[in-house]
Design a protein around this ligand. Structure first.
Ligand SMILES: O=P(O)(O)O[C@@H]1C[C@H](O)[C@@H](CO)O1
Length: 278
């Protein structure tokens, strides 16, 4: 067994023992995107440091806790805080919580993030549903010996973001009277933000939004057969010809400001997601 398999199994066994039930849906919260969760919905908050084998969050805006929650009455695991490559974690470590979800049998995974808008038509503060992604991190969490029990050596990637979930998300947005853009997310390793020349290149490649997460998680989740939905909160415009300076603090402020819109969408969507259990 590889080191990451051992860590994932240890963490999974611990979660099974310490959580009342295993929900069918899990949510990963991007930077600054947690404030919409009503504290009354949280049954248990487990610091990552308590879960054996888990890394710890080192980035501002990421609480670093697994919330056992009921979102409008629907059980969900909420990962409040994620791990990024730029923190120095390996691609496998970054996606360890996702591997745990695969082992636990969670069916639906919603990945959220704060991202810069590359599409000039997309507004700051808007939400974008991921239709696809481009992996420009230079890493892949499936590098190394394949864990055959988790998924195939060469997973097909023709449809990573589940069309049925996307349709449900579009419907939920319509019901809430919200605009929901759709587009391609490009992931970079960070932590430096992009130069204008890089931004121009990513736009020419076909990306609509850019960030430093989500793609490694989506690859691991897809490898293990989870249904994935991705939602970006567009925290800043990233346009080469009128590029404004930006900072992590501004990104966090805007994510906080948009968190309620994300919350309305997720609260409308999550109770309607079907599943095997939970
Ligand atoms: O975890 P996410 O993707 O929301 O974090 C965002 C993107 C970068 O990691 C960082 C840049 O400020 O915040």
């Amino acid at each position: 067994m590889t080191d990451i398999q051992t860590r994932a199994r240890t963490a999974t066994d611990w979660i099974r023992k310490n959580c009342p039930s295993i929900p069918n849906t899990a949510l990963v919260l991007g930077s600054g995107l947690g404030k919409w969760i009503d504290s009354a919905w949280i049954q248990k908050s487990i610091p990552y440091a308590d879960i054996p084998g888990f890394p710890v969050s080192t980035v501002e805006g990421h609480a670093g806790a697994l919330l056992v929650a009921e979102i409008k009455g629907t059980p969900a695991f909420v990962f409040s805080g994620r791990f990024h490559l730029y923190e120095g974690y390996s691609p496998r470590e970054v996606t360890l919580p996702i591997a745990c979800l695969g082992l636990l049998g969670t069916e639906n995974l919603i990945l959220t993030n704060a991202a810069g808008a590359l599409n000039p038509l997309f507004a700051t503060g808007g939400l974008m549903l991921l239709t696809d992604h481009i992996n420009m991190t230079g890493h892949n969490p499936l590098t190394g010996p394949n864990v055959d029990d988790w998924g195939p050596r060469f997973p097909d990637m023709s449809q990573v973001y589940c069309p049925a979930l996307r349709e449900q998300a579009m419907q939920a947005a319509m019901n809430c009277g919200q605009r929901l853009e759709q587009g391609v997310y490009v992931a970079v390793a960070g932590p430096s933000l992009e130069t204008p020349a890089e931004t121009r290149m990513y736009r020419i490649m076909g990306a609509d939004a850019i960030g430093m997460s989500t793609v490694p998680e989506a690859i691991t989740a897809h490898h293990m057969g989870l249904k994935i939905l991705g939602i970006s909160c567009l925290t800043n415009k990233n346009l080469p010809d009128c590029m404004a300076q930006t900072s992590h603090a501004e990104i966090l402020d805007q994510a906080n400001a948009s968190s309620d819109a994300l919350g309305s969408l997720l609260s409308a969507l999550i109770p309607n997601l079907g599943g095997r259990h939970g």
